[in-house]
Write a protein that binds this ligand. Structure first.
Ligand code: BES
Ligand code: MN
Ligand code: MN
Length: 462
């Protein structure tokens, strides 16, 4: 065992217990009923940063939830790593599908995690992954081997669009000045197939409202003679994909980056089993855009999905009614060169165009952001690759993810530095779903890998 492994073994129980305490606080940013808990989580993180040797820690107020900032500046001439993470979590519902309460963490073994996994909302996304960085810095300060400067910027509004963080970043260039941004808020292929995320998709999220008659109507007296907003909405939504599962919005694909044959061949080398994929999700067949593989469909191709749809009567029994209004929430995942604001406009224009005269539609844009691709020849990527090589005994595979962290492209624009996405979660960890968990092995492996990144990044920057 090397020094970091010994340190982790010695402090393992405490590392787990500290994370468990953090996971007990329901920091749900989307639900204002949890405001006190979100704020309490920020305070807890402030204390944890002080405890690992940050010499300047502050809670930076915003128009929303605060950003926790901490730093250790050893010497201005050394490189600076900026760590970003989020302390807010997704709402845990549906609650009845959790095997144990979402804010009462328990450790249980699973097939993917034979050494146990911590079950709790936020275990993987992102408290567990964010806290690996705090503990990695603890190791480096406790053993006097932090090789460079470090800044922490931990926000509480990632799950609701990071709009206040965007303002904070724009107003604090000097404070946030760095040589590389380090984030653990993504995943990897498998515990024995380490990978580094090199791409995130962009996002445009909209809500649509379709209005028919001015009031709910008796479906016998009016049915067939008046447009039913729910019928109309579902037909409009269905028309957004053609028979090849291409998106039909005019101009939608105009700027989509097409990958070369070589790049696609390289991607296809990543281990993937369609059988296991289907088994894990209990689906009989896969689905998607013609001409692309499953891994391409969920990373290098843009998509459109209804995230929620409602209207009319959904209570017990039957009520014969034609609703006045129907609604849907729709997300579009975007790829490099697609501009999210332009896509939002194209969507709105198309949706209004395809609406029959018998209804009126409103499109309300929510949040969005650009996609991101990080090069694999940067010092940051090379340092990360060497860190994984040491910690996992294998060279990590670069892999683009389908998820989004919209603020990352803004970091590059405003702070002019590249982001390295060292994610240690697995797709099966159920982020945003009931029974979210994070492997104990993954948590400790992350703590082991991060200091190696600091070491190699500082060496390669010389
Ligand atoms: N950590 C996730 C994003 C993620 C997960 C990226 C796994 C890659 C792999 C993040 O917290 C998240 O959920 N992002 C949202 C977007 C946000 C604007 C709400 C998403 O991707 O839906
Ligand atoms: Mn996250
Ligand atoms: Mn999330």
């Amino acid at each position: 065992m090397n020094q970091i492994q010994t340190y982790i073994q010695t402090h393992k129980e405490r590392f787990l217990n500290e994370l468990i305490e953090l996971l007990k606080i329901p920091s749900i940013s989307a639900d204002s009923a949890y405001k006190k808990d979100v704020l309490k989580t920020a305070d807890a993180i402030k204390i944890s940063l002080e405890n690992v040797g940050c010499n300047h820690v502050e809670i930076c107020e915003t128009d929303g939830y605060p950003i926790v900032y901490g730093e250790i500046i050893k010497d201005k001439s050394l490189p600076t790593v900026l760590v970003y993470g989020h302390y807010d979590v997704q709402p845990p519902d549906p609650l009845d599908l959790w095997h144990s309460p979402p804010f009462e963490p328990v450790i249980k073994k699973t097939d993917a995690h034979p050494e146990g996994a911590i079950y709790a909302r936020g275990a993987c996304d992102d408290k567990g992954q964010m806290y690996m960085h705090v503990k990695a810095v603890e190791f480096m300060t406790a053993t006097n081997q932090l090789p460079c400067n470090v800044k922490f910027m931990i926000e509480g509004e990632e799950e609701i669009g990071s709009s206040n963080l965007a303002t904070f970043v724009k107003q604090n260039h000097e404070k946030l000045k760095n040589d590389v941004i380090l984030i653990s808020d993504t995943g990897m292929i498998a515990n024995d197939v380490p990978s580094i995320t090199t791409g995130l998709r962009g996002l445009s999220y909209v809500e649509v409202e379709v209005t028919g008659p001015n009031r709910d109507l008796h479906s016998g007296l009016y049915g067939g003679a008046v447009a039913n907003p729910i019928n109309v909405l579902t037909k409009m939504i269905a028309s957004l994909h053609d028979e090849n599962n291409h998106i039909t919005i005019p101009g939608f694909y105009d700027n989509v980056e097409e990958l070369s044959k070589e790049e696609r061949a390289e991607m296809a080398k990543a281990p993937f089993s369609l059988e296991n994929y289907k088994k894990a999700l209990d689906i009989k067949d896969i689905y998607g855009e013609d001409g692309y593989t499953t891994n391409e469909r969920n990373s290098i191709r843009p998509t459109l999905d209804v995230n929620g749809i409602w209207g009319g009567y959904i209570g017990e029994g039957a009520k014969t009614v034609i609703a006045s209004k129907a609604y849907a929430k729709i997300s579009m995942r975007l790829v490099p060169n697609q501009d999210w604001e332009n896509i939002t406009k194209l969507f709105a224009k198309h949706f209004e165009n395809i609406a029959p005269k018998s209804v009126t539609v409103k499109v309300k844009p929510h949040h969005g952001g650009q996609g991101y691709v990080t090069p694999i020849n940067s010092i940051g990527y090379k340092a990360a690759s060497k860190a994984y090589q040491d910690a996992f005994g294998k060279k990590p595979i670069p892999q683009r993810s389908g998820g989004s962290i919209p603020i990352v492209s803004l970091f590059e624009k405003e702070l002019k530095s590249k982001t390295i996405l060292m994610g240690f979660g697995l797709d099966s960890d159920a982020i945003h779903s009931p029974n979210e968990h994070f492997g104990v092995w993954n948590y400790l492996k992350g703590i082991e890998t991060i200091p190696l990144f600091y070491k190699y990044f500082t060496e390669l920057s010389k």
